[in-house]
Design a protein around this ligand. Structure first.
Ligand code: R7I
Ligand code: MG
Ligand code: MG
Length: 349
């Protein structure tokens, strides 16, 4: 499809859910042999093997809250979104939430709470979380607003409801920007795509608070930019080992160690790769490759899935995979409604 087509919207939200659901199998594993990944993915195609339904985790649970809130309020409403996070957590606390964020979600359900951003600020001795929980649910922001300034502002605020450290919420902005650009067809020119992301993050990370957080956490002066430069170097190489990707970019639970990694997975899988079946399309390649990195597999595959799905569109996603994953059909319907919201706003209505 063309820029911002319905197929791209559907691809983005559905592939994000698939990444989360199929990635759950390997979350926390050191490094996963590609053979095991392919075995797991093959079992989705084989109905007789009865994989059953793969459940989604917190990544999808929270992304659904974001999408539903944006749709119901026809824009960003922090109170409404916070309420939905809290309600979702108390209804299904067993979705694999990060151990820190649970405190925030409990506080958000208090009716006495006057500032919905305060519980997030109290995390980790007042510094706030740098986990990837803001980034893992950022894709719907890119699908709700055609204007890049709205995407950045709302993705940041939406993340700050749980992640007040700049390394947490800037990761969410980066993820939303990657989905935004991919929806426009920007991955047709990968060099420009990564260049645009670097330019945006150079500006965001020039901020005083971001510089302060980076200093305190002993990171590079502009941590996301530094990682994106590494992505740009790695994407030019024809051969690169999984070990190198992990050591250069990480595969962990911090936004800094997973969002640039997810972006790399998408870029690396734009072409067919020797280690992956020839029959695989781009979305399948991207998800399979993300899982093979191990570590925070559900989240990296979820974020990479959203970016890749926005590029290749819904037709690149196997029906058999959709059928196996809880919430995939639902994501498809939300994508259609977000597509309408997006195109309403772009007409100034
Ligand atoms: O970021 P968050 O929502 O977790 C998301 C991850 C995804 O992989 C999901 O799939 C799920 O498995 O969890 O939850 P947080 O609790 O805010 O952050 C996750 C973890 O990162 C925390 O439990 C800490 O171990 C670590 N962490 C920190 N550690 C020290 N200091 C995050 N921020 C800090 C920090 O400031
Ligand atoms: Mg999860
Ligand atoms: Mg995870």
């Amino acid at each position: 499809g063309g820029p911002a087509s319905l197929s791209r919207f559907r691809g983005a939200l559905v592939a994000a859910v698939l990444g989360d659901c199929v990635g759950g199998e390997f979350e926390g594993a050191q490094e996963v042999p590609m053979e095991r990944v392919l075995q797991h993915l093959n079992s989705l195609d084989d109905e007789t093997k009865g994989t059953g339904i793969l459940e989604y985790s917190d990544d999808t649970a929270m992304a659904r809250c974001v999408a539903q809130s944006l749709l119901t309020r026809a824009g960003f409403d922090d109170q409404d979104m916070a309420r939905r996070f809290a309600k979702e957590y108390s209804a299904s606390p067993g979705r694999g939430y990060g151990t820190g964020v649970i405190q925030v979600l409990k506080k958000l359900s208090s009716p006495q709470l006057s500032d919905v951003y305060q519980p997030a600020r109290d995390q980790f001795n007042g510094r706030g979380s740098f986990g990837n929980g803001g980034a893992m649910r950022a894709a719907p922001f890119a699908l709700a607003f055609p204007d890049i300034a709205d995407v950045k502002r709302c993705a940041r605020l939406g993340a700050k409801l749980t992640h007040s450290c700049s390394l947490g919420y800037n990761g969410a902005v980066l993820q939303a920007l990657a989905v935004h650009l991919s929806l426009q067809g920007a991955l047709d020119l990968p060099q420009q795509f990564i260049g645009r992301l670097i330019t945006e993050m150079e500006e965001l990370e020039a901020d005083e608070v971001a510089r302060h957080d980076a200093r305190i956490l002993k990171e590079a002066e502009k941590p996301f930019c530094e990682r994106l430069y590494r992505v740009r170097d790695l994407m030019d190489r024809s051969k690169i080992s999984v070990e190198e990707v992990i050591s250069e970019l990480g595969n962990g639970i911090a936004a800094l160690h997973s969002v640039p990694t997810a972006i790399f997975c998408v870029l690396h899988c734009l072409q067919p790769r020797e280690c992956l079946p020839e029959s695989y399309g781009g979305v399948e390649r991207t998800i399979a490759y993300s899982l093979a990195l191990g570590g925070d597999t559900d989240t990296i595959a979820c974020m990479a899935g959203a970016i890749a799905g926005a590029h290749y569109g819904i037709s690149a996603i196997p029906q058999t995979w959709i059928k196996c994953c809880e919430g995939a059909e639902d994501a498809d319907m939300s994508a259609e409604r977000l597509h309408m919201l997006y195109h309403q706003s772009s007409q100034g209505g």
